[in-house]
Design a protein around this ligand. Structure first.
Ligand code: AMP
Length: 417
């Protein structure tokens, strides 16, 4: 596979799929430029080689229509400043042939939001999924998507995908476009390479013991990952709101705690599977229960399977935290996805903070730790520990699908799979 390090971009026009889907303030200024900064190593390497850049991205969900509030022109100056180069803007991504032709080494072109065209996502618009004509409309849209991707490809000599956040989508700019480049002229950018390597460290190059910590509100959204990890981990900590589905499934009393009543059998199944596979399943034994879902609620520590009526478990208790630490501190590979409590409220941050601190300590001791998924990333940021873990993933859905063991279309397209 071609790689960005081994490729000489001198005199080449590179079309790069970046993730410039940055959050904007009401006045159109950028509130967090992490994603722009994340793309810089790739973009700077191409320019330093003597190549030129055609940058393409989506922003928000314009649903195939032009929406000035989601125009990428708003971020043009920020991109120029970050790159230290002028950035030309093309207000219609399908009409960039001339501008691309005129591009000289070291120059940068930014295309308008790809999702102003429905072809980018390739989903038919204005027709219901149950409409008998839907399948035909979908087929036609797929053909139009190919033409759209072909036009984008015609602007450049080489294609680089550095947008991990959309790697789980088979869109024109993330996957279909790759068909129009030779194998030696398409590659992953640095950010993508880092994400892929981090996932490989978790799924392939595992150093033992391997501890995974899955939290958050629901079992149902995490079941694919839990099942895939069951074959790989030594310790599996299940915490957060999931605790109470497991407690109830085993006959516990959980008061008003969050619970998925239709997943009780699934919870018992997970417990049985862990036993069968020799995985040390760590479930919270106690919790901080509150008499309301509020930061002002009264609280008490009680067993997770004996919560009084009218109370709900909103954080891990001290005994659970001790057990979590025991499974995290000696680990050499760690994955964390999902908080151990309602960390958005100050009163219920203790469990998540303890997990973050234990991961930081294990990392200082030589473990590889990957933190991913919006809420756990928010936790390490909130606790000021983002620099004390090995890798904080930028991808939400893409990371979770990768950990589930699914092949991401954006990566498969580059590898020619
Ligand atoms: P998820 O989107 O499934 O990863 O869940 C993240 C959310 O789970 C966060 O907003 C937390 O506030 C919430 N959460 C964690 N623990 C609990 C709990 N014990 N009860 C209710 N919500 C929880």
């Amino acid at each position: 596979m071609a790689s960005i390090d081994n490729y000489n971009f001198a005199g080449k026009k590179a079309i790069v799929r970046v993730d410039f889907n940055v959050p904007l303030n009401e006045d159109g200024t950028i509130s967090d430029d992490t994603r722009i900064r994340g793309a810089l190593p790739t973009l700077k390497k191409i320019l330093a080689d003597g190549g030129s850049l055609i940058l393409m991205s989506h922003m928000g969900k314009p649903k195939g229509k032009v929406n000035p509030k989601l125009s990428l022109e708003q971020i043009r100056d920020a991109v120029a400043k970050a790159l230290g180069a002028d950035v030309k803007f093309v207000p219609d991504c399908m009409k960039a042939s001339e501008a691309a032709k005129d591009l000289k080494p070291g120059e940068v072109l930014l295309l308008e939001n790809l999702r102003f065209y429905p072809e980018e996502e390739g989903k038919p618009v204005g027709i219901d999924k149950n409409d008998p004509a839907y399948e035909q409309a979908k087929k036609e849209m797929k053909e139009r998507q190919k033409e759209f991707a072909k036009t984008l490809a015609s602007y450049a000599d080489v294609y680089v995908n550095d947008a991990f956040g959309t790697a789980h989508r088979k869109h024109a700019s993330t996957a279909v476009i790759a068909d129009y480049f030779d194998q030696q002229d398409k590659m992953l950018g640095y950010l993508m390479e880092k994400e892929v390597n981090a996932v490989d460290a978790i799924l392939k190059d595992i150093k033992r013991p391997f501890t995974a910590i899955m939290g958050g509100s629901k079992v149902s959204t995490k079941i694919g990952i839990i099942e895939n990890l069951m074959d790989k981990v030594d310790n599996l900590i299940l915490c957060g709101g999931m605790t109470y589905t497991f407690a109830k499934a085993q006959g516990g009393k959980i008061g008003d705690s969050i619970c998925e009543d239709d997943k009780l059998d699934l919870a018992l199944d997970i417990i049985a599977k862990a036993k069968e596979k020799g995985v040390n399943l760590v479930l919270g034994t106690d919790c901080v229960a509150a008499d309301a879902f509020s930061n002002d609620a009264n609280t008490q520590v009680c067993p997770a399977n004996a919560i009084p009526d009218g109370w709900q478990g909103l954080d891990a208790g001290p005994d659970s935290i001790l057990e979590f630490r025991k499974a995290i501190l000696p680990a050499k590979t760690i994955l964390w996805n999902g908080p151990a409590g309602v960390f958005e409220m100050e009163k219920f941050t203790t469990g998540s903070r303890a997990i973050a601190e234990a991961i930081a300590a294990a990392t200082a001791d030589g473990a590889f730790s990957l933190v991913g998924g919006g809420d756990s990333v928010a936790c390490v940021n909130k606790f000021g520990l983002a620099d004390d873990v090995s890798y904080v993933s930028t991808g939400g859905g893409a990371l979770l699908e990768a950990i589930e063991g699914k092949t991401l279309p954006g990566i498969a397209a580059i590898k020619g799979e």
